[in-house]
Design a protein around this ligand. Structure first.
Ligand code: ZN
Length: 238
């Protein structure tokens, strides 16, 4: 029989721990601080080597240091989170409850407002930007696809918001482009007015589309072009 004291933390738990450990920690039992620093330093080694966070246990073992078990993870999470740890049956799976903090970069909708979470340049910290409109959605809609260059909104630094965002407030790619492109006629990433029929079709600018969707975007681009071509709509191919 295996217990949580013996079982190693899962890759998902370790990824989460890595993001939590970067935050400020206060009122931490002093006897745990050296261990926390050891874990933080080893995560930094993982990152520098391009390893996934779950490599940390292999690195710790190779340095004759204690590996992170499920029980150890529970202890750290409870304290780093400052909130009681929610367990699912069996205690191995993390439940994405309402209180689970946001840890990933991306787009979030919180209290009816969109936020974008990014890392700082050094990759040591995360913070949120708030969406700020520069024109009304009606104005944007009237100008979309007409070749006009304009900004519909901009992202402004929103201090203190990141810590309030929850994991389940993250907005998925599809919803995101439909919301920004469809409702605001704007590119979700840079806030530019979708001034070309191709961008309007995609609900995002062609350059930003590649950055948001990655490889998947090539197929989306091809399909959108084919649809415009079959309707004899001309667009800027770039
Ligand atoms: Zn853009």
């Amino acid at each position: 029989m295996t217990s949580k004291e013996q079982m190693l933390a899962s890759p998902k738990q370790l990824k989460w721990l890595k993001s939590l450990i970067k935050r400020e920690w206060t009122d931490f039992d002093e006897k745990w601080v050296p261990r926390l620093e050891q874990i933080e330093a080893t995560f930094a080694v993982c990152e520098a080597q391009g390893y996934d966070p779950d490599m940390i246990n292999i690195l710790l073992a190779s340095q004759d240091q204690k590996q992170i078990t499920m029980a150890g993870f529970d202890y750290l999470l409870e304290r780093l989170n400052g909130k009681p740890f929610r367990k699912t049956e069996g205690g191995q799976q993390l439940s994405l409850g309402d209180e689970t903090p946001a840890t990933e970069d991306g787009y979030y909708k919180h209290d009816g407002t969109y936020f974008r979470v990014v890392h700082n340049r050094a990759g040591t910290n995360q913070y949120a930007h708030r969406m700020k409109f520069l024109m009304s959605p009606e104005e944007a809609k009237a100008l979309a696809g007409t070749g006009t260059k304009a900004k519909v909104f901009t992202w402004v630094y929103a201090p203190g918001v990141f810590g309030k965002l929850k994991a389940n407030e993250m907005v998925e790619d599809q919803t995101l482009t439909e919301a920004f492109g469809g409702l605001y006629s704007a590119c979700c990433r840079c806030g530019a007015l979708l001034n070309d029929p191709l961008s309007v079709k995609l609900n995002i600018g062609p350059v930003c589309g590649g950055r948001v969707f990655g490889e998947k975007f090539k197929g989306m681009l091809k399909q959108a072009k084919a649809e415009l071509d079959s309707n004899n709509v001309s667009y800027v191919d770039g």
